[in-house]
Write a protein that binds this ligand. Structure first.
Ligand code: NAP
Length: 431
């Protein structure tokens, strides 16, 4: 009869005896992430697997790359890359085409696919998941959101823990770096963006990051993963970080919080509500402490309470490590059904009821209680009022208000603008 100890010894012996398995990868893309995947594949000392790049798809073979490509089998032909009969296809091209066509072609041939491409998943996730389900082929995407924090796969394997009803997070490192720099140095948005570009944290063309589009695509991936809801990015309410002023950040700090680039969603009622944009985060919320390029996510689970993950959201090497772990997982899963679950498509997405952090600007705000009193009379619950300060030749004041709907706060601010002659800019507030 086997004892537990003898079984463990037998398992140990089996794992020691088994030679590492070779995994042949078709690498679609050899840019920042693809180069790091190729480099890590070469050097990694994985106990059970060795990686070999069977083909590397590029657009411009002559381009200077982070890795010396002379020892890699480069190709400019996507179909030829798939013809090398890889064990796994790694899609790190970015964008929608030819990524979509090549991923569908790989799944049709039952070749497992690992992708880090949130744009592809946000735009064509339904089609790709259906193709993966039809052929029982793994389609893994751990690196598409919080690339350096592997949490999606863990939750997929744990149905009770993954019964998530709401989430909030910081999923764009560029925007978080900019707001952190503005808060720390009292720098303006343009200077902070320049600093981000010089540090390599922002693209030369940064609009996808600073306008909230990148974060919105990641939120779509998270909604599909945790809520089983497919929602088009265009349906999600979003604001960029470009309108935040250094004095907003100063005031947020004086209120005991911080302004962070937030994604948030809830779906318990069945209809999802979501937003993407800069928000006041109370110091009691763990997201208030995530600064620089760090990313984080807080998940409200039905059975395990609130769980929180933080770490690097991007960077070639951390992303490559997550991608290669997905490669091993894809081989392990083989022909078992993919991790991505079936989804229901929604044609609208509400905006959640949240608190508000409101900037008031006027030539004269000398009666510091007037505007807050008007808001109170209009049913907006005023929690904090800042002193009036002079900035950019005008007076400014901030009000932190309790939860109310968008329609309610905007109607109240319309009245305030008309009666008190001030301009207003509300952003959301979360606790
Ligand atoms: N960078 C990160 O830290 C990070 C983190 C998480 C996820 N991701 C995701 O990973 C993916 C790749 O990001 P990246 O930063 O590595 O991008 P990148 O540096 O722009 O690399 C893209 C690669 O794809 C190749 N490519 C693009 N279009 C092609 C086409 N039509 N035909 C053939 N090759 C084509 C490019 O070829 P050439 O080199 O010849 O131009 C390049 O090698 C994106 O989906 C991104 O969102 C990136």
């Amino acid at each position: 009869m086997s004892t537990v100890a003898s079984l463990v010894r037998e398992e140990d012996a089996a794992s020691v005896a088994a030679p590492p398995r070779d995994i042949r990868i078709a690498l679609l893309g050899l840019g920042q992430v693809g180069s790091a995947v190729a480099a890590l594949a070469r050097t990694s000392t994985h106990a059970s697997h060795r990686f070999a790049v069977a083909s590397a798809l590029v657009r411009s073979p002559e381009r200077v790359r982070p890795i010396d490509p002379s020892t890699l089998p480069l190709t400019m032909d996507g179909a030829a890359a798939l013809d090398t009969r890889p064990d796994v296809v790694v899609e790190v091209l970015g964008g929608l085409e030819p990524a979509r066509t090549l991923v569908l072609a790989a799944l049709a041939r039952r070749i497992p696919v690992v992708t880090a491409n949130k744009s592809l998943l946000a735009a064509h996730g339904d089609e790709l998941i259906a193709a993966a389900a039809r052929t029982s082929t793994p389609l893994l995407h751990e690196a598409a959101v919080l690339a350096g924090v592997p949490f999606l796969g863990t939750f997929s394997r744990r149905p009770l823990a993954s019964d998530v009803t709401a989430l909030s997070g910081i999923v764009n490192g560029t925007s978080n770096f900019i707001l952190s720099r503005m808060a720390a140095d009292r720098a303006g948005f343009r200077q902070a963006l320049l600093d981000a570009q010089q540090a390599g944290y922002a693209e030369p063309e940064p609009s996808k990051d600073v306008d909230g589009d990148d974060a919105t695509e990641k939120l779509c991936v998270l909604l599909r993963h945790f809520a089983g809801i497919s929602v088009a990015p265009a349906l999600i309410d979003r604001t960029g970080v470009g309108g935040v002023e250094p004095c907003d950040l100063e005031c947020a700090s004086s209120f005991g919080g911080a302004i962070r680039p937030i994604v948030a969603a809830e779906w318990e009622s069945g209809t999802p509500s979501a937003f993407v944009g800069p928000a006041f985060v109370a110091s009691s919320h763990p997201l208030s402490r995530i600064d620089g390029v760090q990313n984080a996510i807080s998940l409200r689970t039905r059975w395990s309470g609130d769980v929180f993950f933080s770490g690097p959201g991007a960077g070639p090497t951390v992303t490559a490590a997550t991608v290669l772990d997905d490669v091993v997982e894809a081989v392990r899963l083989g022909g078992t059904p993919p991790l991505l679950r079936a989804t229901r498509t929604v044609t609208s997405c509400d905006v959640p009821v949240t608190g508000w952090f409101i900037r008031l600007v006027a030539d004269d705000l000398s009666d510091a209680q007037r505007a807050p009193a008007t808001l109170t009379r209009l049913g907006v619950r005023v929690r904090r009022v800042s002193p009036v300060v002079e900035r950019y030749g005008q007076q400014r004041q901030w009000v932190l208000a309790g939860p109310c709907t968008d329609a309610h706060v905007r109607a109240a601010l319309d009245v305030l603008e008309t009666t008190a002659g001030c301009r207003t800019r509300p952003i959301r507030a979360i606790e």
